[in-house]
Every structure is written in C-alpha cells, then in structure tokens.
Write a protein that binds this ligand. Structure first.
Ligand SMILES: [Zn+2]
Length: 282
C-alpha cells in the first residue's frame, strides 16, 4: 500500500459538501459514505468549491479543494512601486529597506526532514520500523510544503496590497541547483559550498513564491516584472558605477567610485526596481 492515497469526490453538493453544517466557528466537510468530518482550515476558501479530494500523508488526512470563480482582489491603486531582492539571509528585501525573514519553521522542519530521511535509510527493508519511518518522512514533506505555500500566500498578498508594480529578479532556480552537483563529465565546482546555498534556495521556496505572486498580482490587476539579475548586486544606485569590489560583504555595499554606502540587499532591490521600471517604459 502506498503512503499517498487520494480519493476525489468530483462535485461539491453531490457526494460531498464543503462547510456542510456551517454552524459558525467549526468547519465541516460532508463526504458521502463517511459523513460530516470536522476540518481545520488553513486559509479562507474563496470562490465556488468545484472538487473536494481527501488525501492521506503518513497518518494524517487532508482535504484539498479546487475552486472556480475565485473573486478578483479588488484593490485601489496605491501609486507604490517596489523592487525585491531575494536572498539567503532574508527571504526577501525590499527597495524600501524592509527585510522579510525566512519562515522560521521552514529551516527547523527541513532539518527534521533530513534527519528523518537518514533514519529511514538505516531501517531494514520490509520492517515495521521502516514503515513508521516512511510515514514520518511523508508527514514532514507535507508539512514543509504546506508551510512554504502558506508563507508564499501571505507574503505575496502583502506585496500586492500595497504596490501597483513589483519588480523581482528572474531567477533560474532549476539551473542553480543543477550547476552545483554538475554532471559526471563535468562535476560542479565548489560543490560543498554551493549545495549549502542551493539548499537555502530550495528551502526559501522562491519558485513557489513567484508563482503565487504572479497569480495574486494578476487577480489584483498589479504588474509584476522580472528583470535580468546580472549586476543588480554590484551596481552603485547613486553613481551607476558597476564593480565587484562594491560589494564588501553579503550585507555591506560601498561604492569604490563615489563612496556611497548601503545595505547590499537594499541596493540590490533598488537596482531591480530601476531595471523593472525601465523595462516597463521601453
Ligand atoms: Zn557610486
């Protein structure tokens, strides 16, 4: 038996009903053949529920909804434009100088997941302990994925609420992770160092975040623009001088030509915003 079992009830109000009792606080789902089941809702459900599926991960069950007619986010223009720098130290830094930290649980659960995977590898095939270890891995996988998605939704919503234009670096996450391990013919350089960074790249879930941001922005009529990330971290926002030496440390930026000093990530976000606005004017 597999550990990911999914059953789909094809139509809401037929064999299944979301929020079947609607008695105020407690949300329930009605499933034909099962009855009314209490559920814990992670996010507010918007639109019309189209399908309800029930999915098992390890020992826990989840209700997954797909919705139609999700209302557009009706937001007034703010006049705000923003550049974001996506980093390792902070999840993202804005051109206004706001540093959003990486989700705190993310790293802890990623460590737990890695430990659970090591534990699973040590268990004897076919044993009861192996089955339990596998359940634990599946459960943690799901937890990491749900937290990442939740964090992406909240962050993206905050960004689109307050800004008409959001510029970000066009990241090629797939390529970045590939380049560290390299291939058999051409092993990656600095594999150990890069895999640390790549892990953070994956943990931070930028790919997930950018997808969520794009769909929220579309629904709110906001503009999201991806810019070429080359030189955004080493160009001086004051005089335009571009040099590797401008970036003193991960956080420190001092222009070797004019002496302008600032936070490296804020400088990056400012350059991303400028490049984004230039693209939109072009
Ligand atoms: Zn300068």
């Amino acid at each position: 038996m597999g550990w990911f079992d999914t059953v789909e009830w094809p139509k809401d109000r037929d064999g299944c009903r979301w929020n079947s009792t609607a008695d105020g606080g407690q949300v329930r789902v009605y499933l034909q053949g099962v009855g009314h089941v209490r559920v814990h809702a992670h996010r507010k459900v918007e639109g019309v529920v189209k399908t309800v599926s029930v999915k098992r991960e390890g020992r826990r069950w989840f209700v997954v909804l797909s919705c139609d007619e999700v209302p557009a986010l009706n937001l007034a223009e703010t006049g705000g434009v923003l550049g974001i720098d996506m980093g390792v130290t902070s999840f993202l830094t804005t051109s206004d100088g706001v540093h959003l930290p990486n989700p705190r649980h993310g790293r802890r659960n990623a460590d737990r997941l890695a430990a659970a995977q090591r534990d699973l590898a040590r268990k004897q095939r076919g044993s009861n302990r192996r089955r339990k270890a596998r359940e634990r891995v599946a459960g943690l996988h799901g937890k990491v994925r749900r937290q990442r998605l939740d964090h992406a939704h909240k962050t993206a919503l905050w960004l689109v609420r307050h800004h008409d234009v959001i510029a970000h670096e066009g990241l090629r996450i797939g390529n970045m992770t590939q380049s560290a391990s390299g291939t058999v013919e051409a092993p990656g350089t600095n594999v150990a160092q890069k895999s640390g960074l790549n892990r953070s790249v994956l943990d931070a879930g930028w790919g997930v975040f950018l997808n969520v941001l794009a769909s929220k922005a579309e629904s709110a009529g906001r503009v999201v623009v991806a810019v070429n990330p080359a030189n955004t971290s080493r160009t001086c926002p004051s005089c335009g001088h571009c040099a590797k030496g401008n970036r003193v440390t991960q956080a420190g930026f001092v222009c070797v030509a004019c002496g302008f000093a600032g936070h490296g990530d804020v400088v990056g976000a400012t350059n991303v915003l400028r490049a984004g606005l230039a693209l939109l004017r072009a």
